[in-house]
Design a binder for this molecule. Structure first.
Ligand code: NAD
Ligand code: ZN
Length: 359
């Protein structure tokens, strides 16, 4: 079992990671959140079927009433309608300012349930129980949101959890494609912050269907520590937090144009990372063996080229209107070296040229 303390300007909280981490949950609530009078678990249909009972059983020891509300899977959870239903359920069950919400699921449930907690009666505490590998990224940092028809994550808040309990047991039921989606963010964290970690991943993770608990523990602990150290320095995303966007400028454009849910987030940003690595070699003299990287990730089942049906001009437009874009141009996170990111505005001609190369 590993425990990382996350320190932000507004709060300090633990992330507990390990097999059976869930068994530490009730003691934490009894000791640290003794004032809480009622607990509402928000989870999605699939996770409810697989893991809700385990979590409910783990909460019995708290002696507190535990309710649950099940929402649709994936991005279907992050809608105004579902948000409204959650608020209605919480009100009808007489939750109040002394209540607590538990987000049980992947990043989508975490974002929705966190936003419900951020807004219910002007904000109540919540705990994250991530069940996907991707959620090592989403469960830390305090960003919570739902989608608007005009843009993903456009309505949200910063709301830090009381704690994160990451039980590795839950990852065993995760489909391969979801594992691949989350592992792309692990790769991202290694590339932007820790060359040795990148080497370790490349040498040790050679088959995503066969990752041991010990390997999960290492990659999640490392990934979360990297994200935490960046978020701690820049909680509200004014500066270096932008580095977490490595691979995401093109990645978001691909994910959006393929239709959210058709191509996973991680699969999209993996292509975005290949692109950003190529740009880094051109503009920052990055010394990196890209062929070796492409061989490795291809063997893990990732696509490394831009899907044929997408058009460069459309992708370019999307990259320039990305909400992270600074001056109306396309701002990229590039690498000077592994572990040393920089921000750089890129000219259209080069962006188009390098996309042609990746199609
Ligand atoms: P998700 O929550 O949609 O989960 C993916 C799928 O896996 C769903 O169908 C879900 O039902 C299923 N699933 C979850 N846990 C499972 C398990 N243990 N076994 C079997 N199936 C399981 O998606 P995700 O990939 O975890 O997260 C993506 C979301 O996270 C996006 O909405 C994205 O915007 C958000 N996100 C937020 C942040 C942030 O900082 N807040 C960062 C990155 C991503
Ligand atoms: Zn991401």
């Amino acid at each position: 079992m590993e425990s990382i303390q996350i320190k932000t300007a507004s709060k300090q909280y633990p992330v507990v990671i390990g097999k059976n981490a869930i068994h530490e949950l009730s003691d934490f609530i009894s000791n640290e959140c003794s004032h809480v009078s009622k607990i509402l678990i928000i989870t999605d249909e699939k996770v409810a079927e697989l893991h809700l009972q385990t979590v409910k059983s783990a909460l019995i020891k708290t002696g507190k009433p535990v309710l649950h509300h099940v929402v649709p899977e994936g991005e279907h959870a992050k809608t105004f309608d579902v948000f409204y239903e959650c608020q209605s359920y919480a009100l009808s069950q007489r939750l109040n300012r002394k209540s607590m919400i538990i987000a049980l699921g992947g990043g989508a449930v975490g974002d929705l349930a966190g936003f419900v907690a951020a807004t219910f009666m002007r904000g109540i505490p919540f705990i994250q129980i991530p069940t996907t590998l991707l959620a090592h990224d989403s469960a830390v940092g305090g960003k919570v949101a739902i989608n608007h028809p005009l843009g993903k994550n456009m309505v949200g808040a910063f709301h830090q959890p009381e704690a994160v309990f990451y039980d590795l047991e839950f990852l065993h039921t995760l489909p391969l494609q979801e594992l691949r989606s989350g592992f792309a963010e692990v790769i991202k964290h290694s590339l932007i912050a820790d060359e040795d970690f990148y080497r370790w991943l490349r040498l040790n993770i050679v088959d995503l269907t066969n990752v041991t608990d010990e390997q999960f523990l290492i990659m999640i602990t490392k990934g979360i520590s990297i994200k935490a150290s960046i978020v701690e320095k820049d909680e509200k995303e004014t500066g270096i937090r932008a580095y977490l966007n490595f691979g995401h400028t093109l990645g978001h454009a691909i994910e959006g144009s393929m239709g959210y849910g058709n191509f996973t987030h991680g699969e999209s940003i993996l292509i975005g990372m290949v692109y950003a690595l190529k740009l880094s070699q051109k503009k920052q003299d990055l010394d990196f063996n890209l062929n070796e990287f492409i061989q490795w990730v291809s063997s893990l089942g990732y696509q490394t080229t831009i899907p044929q049906q997408l058009e460069k001009e459309v992708l370019l437009h999307l990259m320039k209107t990305d909400k992270k874009s600074v001056h109306g141009g396309a701002t990229f996170v590039l690498l000077k070296q592994l572990g040393s990111p920089v921000l750089m505005d890129m000219e259209d001609s080069l962006l188009l040229e390098e996309m042609t190369d990746l199609m």
